[in-house]
Ligand binder design. Structure first.
Ligand SMILES: O=S(=O)(O)CCCN1CCN(CCO[C@@H]2O[C@H](CO)[C@@H](O)[C@H](O)[C@H]2O)CC1
Length: 490
């Protein structure tokens, strides 16, 4: 064409898997319906409602247990290739143990999966997204080494019932939030707050639980089902505040404590926990009078079981932090952050979301994946979560969320340009849902949900139309400005 103005736009591959993500406790509701067992979030929000910022809970949430066909219609409206969701362990196994399978739980997930397949949407199933059966927590939960056997038994039930149609399995969502925030702090259920001890017991047992489920899939299901089994680790970027050796080492130790402790045993060439962190915790434990290190080591056999035990590296990435050795705040003793002995902060000029921990960090997906690609020798990656929060009072015009997603798309394209084997991206989230300790105050949805309406009506935000355009055309069109007046009723 004459003097075409068509700009050279970087495009995503046609087989790049675009989707959205959700989690069972955050969307399903029906907390005690049709035989579902109580989980640790049911228990905590019912016995201790004040820990949730608006005293809400997931009893109903987005009521996806009853609205799942509307959910799938939204996936179709967005033109998604895939949809990542999690299964509720206690909806399938009410007591957590495999002696009793709940047929209504199996039926719900069969209906959900079959509805997606009608629209050619690839289901990506997370087995565990934080909603542990309460009965298992009463037996110690992730501080009990037997959790790895209980999890393997649960995984077998899931693979047997759904593996004929589900080709992407993720064992755990975010070991850090499960272990550090749930057992080593009080920011996620079961808020055990066993600082500096609970985190590390959980880390060892969770890694082994993952490994047992992976090997179960590899040995008993892969041949007949032909799918993949991996894990999702939250990897925010922690970079040094200055180029000094102190800050470089502090940043490395922070990366090891925040996500290396879960990734090294599975993805590193040597396996086991990261050595600098392991040495630091052993030193601190001795100084504090512990007769043993607070980080329980793997046996050689356990190290071998976990090494290489994953088909892909699922990354939940939201943002970045700067780490400074001199930024040391007073942390509980013992605790993970005291073991690291450094603080992290965010520059004031990074745009802020409705979440205290979430700002728009420049090119952070690319920074994180470049580092992971180097230290773990080029694994297959999926971004299994990435998203932006707005306050519950905001209207449907979410230009800040659009800015964030467009920045994420540029960072993904930087990853692809540098040869990183990145195969998909799941936006968090399809719709507004129960945002854990923040209740319904912080919203992450491409679709707005009206939680005051018994029907839990879902309405697309402006960002939904922008994401739909990117998925359909495979490039970012900065001139595209959806007119919601038309789009909503078009
Ligand atoms: O590193 S620091 O300690 O200085 C601050 C970290 C603060 N965390 C980061 C991870 N985030 C959970 C992410 O959690 C993920 O993201 C979504 C949005 O939150 C959740 O709804 C999803 O369920 C979850 O998978 C909770 C807050």
């Amino acid at each position: 064409c004459h003097g075409s103005t068509l700009k050279h736009q970087r495009r995503f591959p046609d087989d790049f898997l675009f989707g959205t993500a959700t989690a069972s406790y955050q969307i399903e509701g029906a907390w005690d319906e049709d035989g579902k067992g109580e989980n640790i979030w049911d228990y905590m929000t019912h016995t201790n409602p004040t820990v949730i910022r608006d005293q809400s809970n997931g009893d109903i949430a987005a009521d996806s247990y009853h609205n799942y066909k509307r959910d799938v219609e939204m996936m179709w409206e967005l033109g998604l290739d895939a949809y990542r969701f999690s299964m509720s362990w206690s909806r399938i196994l009410p007591t957590g143990m495999a002696n009793e399978v709940n047929p209504a739980g199996i039926e719900f997930y069969n209906n959900y999966i079959n509805e997606m397949l009608k629209y050619n949407i690839e289901p990506m199933v997370t087995l565990y997204h934080w909603d542990l059966p309460q009965k298992l927590q009463e037996l110690g939960g992730f501080t009990n080494p037997l959790i790895s056997d209980w999890f393997e038994d649960y995984a077998r039930v899931v693979f047997e019932n759904f593996g004929d149609r589900v080709k992407y399995f993720i064992t755990f969502n975010e070991p850090r939030e499960i272990c550090y925030e749930g057992y080593g702090s009080n920011t996620k259920a079961p808020i055990l707050n066993a600082t500096g001890v609970g985190t590390y017991l959980c880390a060892k047992h969770l890694v082994l639980a993952h490994a047992k489920a992976y090997h179960l899939y590899d040995k008993e299901f892969r041949a007949s089902q032909g799918g993949e089994c991996g894990i999702t680790i939250s990897v925010n970027w922690f970079g040094p505040a200055t180029e000094t050796a102190e800050d470089e080492f502090a940043a490395e130790l922070m990366r090891q404590a925040q996500w290396g402790i879960y990734a090294h045993p599975i993805f590193s060439a040597e396996g086991g926990f990261p050595s600098e962190l392991s040495e630091r915790i052993a030193e601190k434990s001795a100084q504090q009078g512990f007769p043993w290190s607070r980080l329980p080591e793997f046996t050689d056999e356990e190290k071998a079981l976990a090494k290489g035990a994953s088909d892909f590296f699922g990354v939940n990435h939201y943002t970045a932090y700067l780490v400074s050795a001199s930024e040391h705040k007073s942390y509980p003793v013992p605790s993970m952050l005291d073991d690291v002995g450094a603080g992290s902060y965010v520059p004031d000029d990074w745009p802020k979301s409705a979440s205290s921990w979430l700002t728009l960090a420049p090119d952070s997906i690319h920074k994180a994946l470049t580092h992971l690609n180097t230290i773990y020798n080029k694994p297959v990656f999926y971004i299994t979560e990435n998203g932006w929060s707005t306050d519950e009072s905001r209207d449907l015009i979410d230009d800040d969320r659009i800015t964030y997603y467009r920045a994420s798309m540029e960072s993904l394209l930087n990853c692809l340009d540098s040869g990183i084997n990145l195969k998909g991206y799941m936006a968090w989230s399809l719709m507004d849902n129960f945002e854990w300790m923040e209740g319904y105050i912080e919203r992450f949805g491409l679709y707005h949900v009206d939680f005051s309406d018994p029907a839990r009506t879902r309405t697309p935000r402006k960002s939904a139309f922008v994401y739909k355009h990117i998925v359909k055309h495979r490039y970012v069109d900065y001139e595209y400005q959806p007119d919601l007046a038309v789009a909503c009723h078009g």
